[in-house]
Ligand binder design. Structure first.
Ligand SMILES: *[C@@H]1O[C@H](CO)[C@@H](O)[C@H](O)[C@H]1NC(C)=O
Length: 527
């Protein structure tokens, strides 16, 4: 073993060779100390020159500490005055690092930074710091690999979400286009069915003039009367036949009687019988005007039709359409009651009206669904539209006596484990990007309360939720959901900042940086 003092001396002497680096200096900074001259110039104070032998001689000569990179001699200088990054630990087997010079030779192995133990080279107080870089390096590499894996998993998950969001958006756009086409078709269909209804009504009206509508009151009465008359007519016919038969018999009897010179019976030429006979004849010969019995249709259009029937049929159609339009205008302005002939609608008119009502309802539904689709399409779902893919995905976690639930882009809920009571903590309102200061402040809030830390910093992306359940003697509940990048969706922490104002810390791949996706886009652009 070479005594430490001697080692220091050897090191100092070997500086002259310019191939040996002074203790505590990194290979990158070696050139600053490899002066071929006999003197060392303080790095940021070129006017101060010292003999090379005074570098690392455990006495602070330079006001910037540059002459003592390997000792703690300049540790008392204010940090900002130092021109060196600290004591360089090579940490072979792990990663090189700089230790604050105040911790050099302080009798404590600073393995957290100098895993090779080189900081305690003087063995102050007999301290021995064998290198632990092999094990520490291995553990660190394992952790770094895990972190890298977690990050790429998170980045992949985010890409997946972005892809899904793009598909959803395309579907929405297709939906909007299809619905617009549907609406245009519906408008044509409604117009067609309106015309059809008007035509059907008009046709029914015309028919009503010539033939009472089957089933209408007039028709029922008329057909009943007609039936009764037919019965009567048949009865009369039968009676007359019988009378004729009787008369013939009588004539024959008369002839027989006359033949037998019997007395004339005046009853057979009775005036009453004669008049009855005339009545019978009248009834038999009468042509009944059934249209007169049915009575004229009290409809304007019917009267009009009677006038227009002398016009050519094309002119009739035109006039009829005009009248229907005029009527519709009056009806829609509340001047005329909607037409419903005798409170009864024929099957054809009812069918036409039902078809129109159905088409109008379909049209309204399409218009409403178009509004919904367009609203969703214009909603801000964050960078790359990524939160569109998370909409409606819910995560929960228990904190104390409560279960907290967050349904992305929808709402946050607090559920009591004691009484199962649910409190709406607020509905999603907006995505906000906060500045560094608010982010650090938020991180501080969680740092003072969190149960477990997470590797990634807060992203600065905040999902604002408001308009939750009214608080007794307070505001409506609201939650600010602070997001950090994570491979999984998870609730990490919940804090009630002030009465009914909550803060939630949530991990999601959607909050990961967009860098990778952007790079891919750039690569695509360059192709
Ligand atoms: C640190 O540097 C400032 C100027 O940059 C100087 O005024 C001050 O005296 C220095 N402090 C010491 C302890 O050398």
């Amino acid at each position: 073993m070479i005594p430490q003092k001697l080692l220091l001396l050897v090191t100092s002497l070997s500086l002259a060779s310019a191939t040996t680096i002074p203790r505590g200096v990194s290979p990158e900074d070696a050139k600053l100390y490899a002066a071929s001259a006999e003197t060392f110039t303080c790095l940021t104070h070129p006017t101060i020159q010292i003999p090379l032998s005074r570098v690392n001689d455990d006495f602070c000569d330079c006001p910037d500490g540059s002459d003592e990179p390997g000792t703690s001699a300049c540790a008392n200088l204010p940090h900002k005055n130092l021109s060196i990054p600290g004591f360089y630990c090579a940490n072979i087997g792990h990663m090189p690092a700089f230790l604050p010079v105040s911790r050099v030779n302080d009798g404590v192995c600073d393995y957290d930074i100098c895993c090779d133990g080189s900081d305690e080279w003087a063995g102050v107080g007999g301290v021995k710091c064998p290198s632990r870089c092999a094990e520490i390096g291995k553990a660190a590499r394992k952790m770094a690999a895990e972190k890298h894996a977690a990050r790429s998993k998170a980045a992949k998950s985010r890409e997946e979400l972005v892809r899904k969001a793009a598909v959803l958006k395309r579907e929405l756009q297709d939906g909007v286009a299809a619905t617009k086409t549907q609406i245009a078709a519906n408008k044509v269909k409604v117009a067609g069915l309106k015309k059809k209804l008007a035509e059907t009504e008009e046709m029914e009206r015309r028919r009503a003039v010539r033939n009472p509508k089957p089933g209408s009151r007039v028709a029922v009465l008329t057909s009943a009367a007609k039936e009764k008359s037919e019965e009567l007519r048949a009865l009369l016919k039968k009676l007359r036949e019988q009378r004729d038969l009787a008369e013939e018999k009588l004539h024959r009897t008369e002839a027989i009687l006359r033949k037998f010179k019997e007395e004339y019976n005046p009853n057979f030429n009775d005036e009453g019988v004669k008049s009855a006979d005339r009545d019978m004849n009248a009834v038999m010969e009468e042509e009944v005007d059934w249209e007169e019995i049915a009575g004229p249709e009290p409809e304007e259009a019917a009267k009009f039709y009677q006038l227009t029937q002398y016009l050519p049929s094309t002119a009739q159609e035109w006039l009829s359409t005009k009248i229907t339009e005029a009527r519709e205008l009056l009806v829609s302005n509340g001047i005329l009651a909607p037409q419903k002939t005798e409170g009864f609608e024929s099957a054809a008119v009812a069918a036409a009206r039902d078809a129109l009502t159905a088409a109008e309802r379909e049209d309204r539904d399409s218009v409403n669904s178009l509004a919904d689709l367009e609203k969703s399409l214009t909603t801000d779902f964050g960078p790359s539209d990524v939160f569109r893919a998370l909409k409606g995905v819910c995560i929960t976690r228990q904190f104390g006596e409560y279960d907290y639930e967050l349904c992305f882009m929808e709402k946050a809920t607090q559920k009591s484990r004691k009484d199962n009571g649910r409190q709406n903590l607020g509905s999603f309102a907006a995505i906000e990007m906060v500045d560094e200061t608010s982010r650090n402040e938020a991180a501080g809030v969680f740092a003072s309360s969190w149960e477990e830390n997470h590797d990634e910093p807060l992203s600065g992306m905040v999902l604002k939720h408001d308009n939750g359940a009214q608080c007794w003697n307070g505001p409506k509940r609201s939650v600010a959901v602070e997001l950090y990048c994570c491979a999984e969706n998870e609730i990490r922490n919940v804090v009630e900042m002030e009465k009914c104002v909550y803060r939630m810390e949530v991990g999601t791949p959607a909050a990961c940086k967009e860098q990778e996706a952007k790079n891919q886009e750039r690569a695509k652009d360059e192709l």
